[in-house]
Design a protein around this ligand. Structure first.
Ligand code: SAH
Ligand code: SF4
Length: 358
């Protein structure tokens, strides 16, 4: 990070504010446009990178403004080439981000909150509660960090790291739009995926927007009692209501949501669970992702046997429900789904309750 953290981030200035700023510095108006382009189109993170600005102006700007780019506290590389980063923001709060390369593609998994208030039983993030929600800029900064580290164009982003995106709806939407912006990173809307644990007001709002962003829903059980145990934070959004909201979503958007289902031995992989899952999905527009549960330290929950996962897939497909078994990336570095948590460092000053009203 450059400069003092008390300085305002230059990237938070609107075009009008930038115009006013260059005017007060006695510079011609076109300088504002240049600064704006460096920040929002070329996504630079230092004044020195703004090479067409006079040195004096760069110096003046850096005296009052800064770039609050996150600091990389640690990183790990997986055997499969994935890289996990622990990134710290200006206030000392840190989150994890993962970059997943494959052939000519680079997918990034970002966090939307530091921690999570939902408390899902199988998820490492949920075990320590919520520290705070992230800003859109902090989400974007995670993507930029990975792009710079790999020195490659990011082709897709999944909002599947720490946190619940729909508990931080406004900032999540702003981040999606920035990533999609043709003058910014220009990542296609279909390559931007938001994963929610099933917050219905969020799904409803998401149904109304014009962009074709992709929706993933963490289902994990289609039996209410099991789901309540696994995902206590979304008890009030019952499966019945969730089903209705998803129907409405597919009718309004014509898009196909995917359902995440992490298979847990003896918990959600029984025949009764399979019947309920088939009922939930059959005849609806959806795609099921079966995930073998990733082990989480200190958790009694264990992954289902691979044969069980395959038999779930076969049965679902027999009923016309498109189903894939998702290979986990970065398993050896704890970067796979649900394994993201601050292993490296204890957080400073957790502030509870910065979820948007649900
Ligand atoms: N809060 C959002 C997005 C982050 S979690 C959500 O719950 O959807 C990202 C994905 O990882 C979700 O599908 C979540 O259910 C899954 N997940 C969490 N813990 C897991 C684990 N131990 N094994 C496999 N998947 C897990
Ligand atoms: Fe939060 Fe998602 Fe983890 Fe549940 S699975 S605790 S909603 S991050």
């Amino acid at each position: 990070m450059q400069g003092s953290t008390t300085h305002r981030d230059i990237r938070s200035l609107s075009v009008d504010e930038l115009t006013e700023l260059v005017r007060t510095l006695g510079q011609p108006a076109f300088r504002a446009k240049q600064v704006f382009e460096w920040i929002h189109q070329k996504q630079v993170t230092s004044f020195d990178d703004m090479t067409n600005l006079p040195k004096q102006l760069r110096l003046q700007l850096s005296e009052t403004y800064t770039f609050h780019v996150p600091t990389e506290l640690a990183s790990q590389v997986s055997r499969d080439g994935s890289r996990k980063y622990l990134l710290e923001f200006a206030d000392g709060v840190s989150v994890e981000t993962v970059g997943m390369p494959s052939r000519k593609k680079l997918a990034v998994c970002i966090s939307t909150q530091a921690g999570c208030a939902m408390g899902c039983a199988f998820c490492a993030t949920g075990m320590h509660g919520l520290t705070r929600s992230l800003t859109a800029q902090e989400m974007l900064d995670q993507v930029l960090h990975v792009a710079h580290d790999f020195n490659e164009r990011v082709t897709s982003v999944v909002f599947m790291g720490q946190g619940e995106p729909f508990a931080n709806y406004t900032e999540t939407m702003a981040a999606l739009r920035k990533l999609n912006d043709p003058d910014g990173l220009a990542i296609g809307a279909r390559h931007l995926t938001v994963s929610t644990c099933g917050i219905i007001p969020g799904i409803r709002r998401f149904s109304q927007i014009p962009e074709q962003f992709t929706l993933a829903v963490s289902l994990h059980s289609a039996i209410q009692t099991t789901r309540n145990q696994l995902m206590p934070g979304v008890k009030k959004f019952t499966l019945l209501r969730l089903h209705e909201a998803l129907q409405e979503y597919t009718e309004k958007t014509g898009r196909r949501p995917s359902y995440e289902y992490a298979m847990i031995d003896g918990v959600n992989d029984t025949n009764a669970e399979l019947d309920a899952l088939v009922d939930f999905c059959q005849g609806t527009l959806c795609h099921v992702n079966l995930i073998q549960l990733n082990n989480v330290a200190d958790s009694p929950l264990k992954p289902s046997a691979p044969e069980r996962v395959e038999s779930f897939q076969k049965r679902l497909q027999m009923h016309g429900v498109e189903t894939t078994i998702r290979a986990s990336r970065g398993n050896d570095i704890d970067a796979a789904c649900g394994q993201l948590k601050q292993r490296f460092r204890v957080l400073k000053d957790p502030v509870k309750g910065s979820n948007e009203e649900l």
